[in-house]
Design a protein around this ligand. Sequence first.
Ligand code: ZN
Ligand code: ZN
Length: 410
Amino acid sequence: MDLQKNLRKYAKLVIAAGVNLQKDQELLINAPITCAEFTRLVVEEAYKAGAKIVTVQWSDERVSRLKYDYGALSLFEQFPDWQALLQNGIAERGGALLSISAQDPTAFAGVDPRKPAAQVKAAHEACKAFYDGMDQAKIAWCIVAAPSPAWAVKVFPGCPEQEAVEKLWDAIFTAVRVNTPDPIAAWEAHKNSFTAKVSFLDEAQFDALRYENSLGTNLTIGLPKNHRWEGGGSSLINGRYFFPNMPTEEIFSVPDKNRAEGTVYSAMPLNYQGNLIDNFSITFHEGRITDFTAEKGYDVLKQLIETDEGSHRLGEVALIPRKSPLAQMGILFYNTLYDENASCHFAIGRGYAECLEGGLEMSREELNAAGMNDSVTHVDFMVGTDDLKITGIKQDGAEILLFENGNWAF
Ligand code: ZN
Ligand code: ZN
């Protein structure tokens, strides 16, 4: 009973606050077949909100896995024309995109990592209008999660499948504030709560941030001139507000791709395309990765870093207090959307143009000159421990303590 009620509230929430769907707008939904029930509710809420047409691209992990196992590498270097036509068409007509994530964290374990890497690259090349539309704040997009039985039993090992699914739904409802009487109002309040921190950081215009903890992290990253911090949702260039990630707890900006010095240690395992990378460290010199270690998943980390030139540099810096509701639950979700919101992180790869003043109007060359990284990939990795200290360094060398013991110091 409660589950049904909450599913309906969640479906309404992702349409209203997530993609902020407008009357007569198109919606494309990427959904796994394991989430068919929830997906149908979302489709219904989209039509009720006035959607012109809702298209669902169903996926099945087992079918995808078979393609990885039996398909040649060259197969993944191509992208189907019909799919590019669908995705680029949605972007060109000002549609919105919703992705429902329910990935079994081990579904793609052992897959030749060159195949997913080639697939990502081919997709970005073939669907330029689609990805540019998202990067340049022209189309609204939102990623949410829903349990699949395979995912749920990984998060709650030892639980019977049905119980694990229910527990994962509960955790999701808590994280996305569906458990509150009016989730849409709760997200409006959440949006406002980001404002104070973002304006403080924007005004401070730190030249660099220094990260230190007892794992051995000692990394200083530069921030480009006129960087901007973002938190909560995003605005499209037409001014419409949407939440790309639900949940979201992070305040993020873009590092200077040419200024990172020192070593950072991972705080949580990284699940990259179905493979776990754990207890790893990355060392930077002049912004570029010069060395890395990993107790588990070294080859996968190597493959990720060697995707292209931009995957040797940082594209995102994100601050999340350990006190956030997600961190408080203390659950390892094996899902980046969830785990990244429980811990301070960086991303290897592409930076967001919106994090530079006027960045959305800049050419690729101008962004590059401003220190903005570019890559086909963008992968977050968590560095926020309970003893993390972050110091903001101003242009004149003055230092301000930003994070102490994993939480905001002011
Ligand atoms: Zn992030
Ligand atoms: Zn990211």
